[in-house]
Design a protein around this ligand. Structure first.
Ligand code: HOZ
Length: 424
């Protein structure tokens, strides 16, 4: 069955024909392709096209798709069963690896998605501080729980609903939304809400409004002001954890948050989330403390086995310099092609994460991300896709590279990106 036929069937059965909105291609136009297999840097569509993939399943596939070591680990675990609903040995090894890679994490709780991780971390911060208000930043996306779907990035922004319908105004009142990279706004929020802010949550490098990095010293300032006010600092490293560096942005920037949310890579492509941090905060979780959080599939043996294999590979290969080289190669090609064509473009990039914004304005927050020409991005996206390169189907999502892109695939992809800009 072709992608077109599958999409026709899917639209009858699922809202928009998809199970996650950005996949519907609505912001770039056209219809999505369906994927029947993936290996290395490539996706194989239902129409038997091979595409070089810069979405990497939105982050997890840092070793490329369907890596043999991860596949073998899942197959081995499968021999013993799919779910036990009891503690299992994999959970302990996973926790040891997380704590080893992220020194700010003294204790960790596994869950099933990034959304669960951020939702639970916020509840924990509220329970720990006995305060209600939270601070988030415009354009940061932390999954789809109610308090966080306010000026949210990712699919919410892509489809024009950064403040989702269905979130009660009374919930939204507890969420203070500030511009990212703006110290004065943070000062003002703390001054206006003394002793009331339970936590500040942010993607330390934003990955859901496109990829955006902080100004020099900004994260250190966020750390300083939260510590001063007894507010829990939560780093959402669901995308950046194990990707920007082994220990995430916090390792690269040398910042110690109180809590960290993880996901994606720690599941090796299976559904997983986790949150962890200071022991005195984490011990407020049930069964030790009064903050409730639970999950039948939490610590699932297959997901743990896949994640452990992925983290062990990172430990053995330490691929971060290689990934940064690939990221810079891609960035430089786009910048050169845009210069030659006389098109203004910004390409923020760090290691294996990047974005392409068609704007003359340096992108440092939600407002400047919106200066990007989304229609031009749509044309660029389709020019790339036509020639076999798949970028995220939204001007407000990051791109991801994997170690499998090294070699012929990155060279081919760079040629395609350059030619696509030439066609604009
Ligand atoms: N919200 C996800 C990335 N920011 C998209 C997930 C998906 O569609 O798979």
């Amino acid at each position: 069955m072709t992608s077109e036929q599958l999409f026709e069937r899917a639209k009858q059965l699922m809202p928009g024909g998809v199970n996650s909105p950005v996949r519907a291609f609505r912001s770039v136009g056209g219809a999505p392709f369906f994927v029947k297999a993936a290996r290395g840097a490539r996706l194989v569509t239902a129409d038997d096209r091979e595409l070089i993939d810069f979405v990497c399943t939105w982050g997890p596939a840092i070793h490329g798709h369907n890596h043999p070591r991860i596949r073998e680990a899942i197959a081995r675990a499968l021999e013993s069963g799919t779910s036990f609903g009891t503690p299992n040995p994999y959970e302990v090894e996973m926790a040891e690896l997380i704590v080893e890679f992220f020194p700010s994490i003294q204790k960790v709780r596994m869950c099933n998605s990034g959304t669960e991780a951020t939702m639970s971390a916020i509840r924990l911060a509220r329970g720990f501080t006995r305060r209600d208000k939270i601070v988030k930043f415009a354009g940061c996306y932390h999954g789809h729980s109610d308090s966080l779907l306010i000026k949210a990035g990712s699919g919410a922004l892509t489809h024009g609903h950064p403040d989702s319908a269905g979130v009660p105004a009374s919930f939204a009142q507890e969420t203070i939304v500030l511009p990212y990279n703006d110290r004065a706004a943070l000062d003002a929020a703390f001054a206006a809400n003394p002793g009331q802010i339970a936590c500040v949550i942010l993607e330390p490098y934003c990955g859901n409004v496109g990829f955006i990095m902080p100004d020099e010293g900004y994260l250190a300032y966020v750390r300083e002001i939260t510590a001063k006010h007894g507010t829990v600092l939560i780093f959402d490293e669901v995308m950046t954890g194990f990707r920007i560096a082994r220990g995430g942005v916090q390792e690269r920037e040398k910042i110690v948050p109180d809590l960290t949310c993880l996901g994606k890579i720690i599941g090796g492509g299976l559904p997983v989330g986790a949150f962890g941090g200071r022991t005195d905060i984490m011990d407020h979780l049930a069964p030790l403390g009064p903050v409730y959080q639970a999950g039948t599939l939490s610590g699932n043996p297959l997901a743990m086995a896949a994640g452990i294999a992925s983290l062990r590979l990172l430990k053995e290969e330490n691929p971060y310099e290689r990934l940064d080289r690939l990221g810079r190669q891609l960035r430089d090609v786009v910048l050169a092609a845009a210069r030659a064509k006389g098109i203004s473009v910004q390409v923020p990039q760090c290691g294996s994460m990047f974005s392409i914004f068609f704007t003359p304005t340096p992108v440092r927050d939600y407002a400047t991300a919106l200066t990007g020409d989304a229609a031009l991005f749509g044309r660029f996206f389709h020019a790339c896709l036509k020639d076999g390169v798949y970028l995220a189907p939204s001007a407000y999502e990051a791109g991801f590279l994997s170690t499998a892109h090294e070699g012929a695939d990155i060279d081919r992809a760079c040629a395609v990106l350059s030619s696509a800009i030439g066609q604009l």
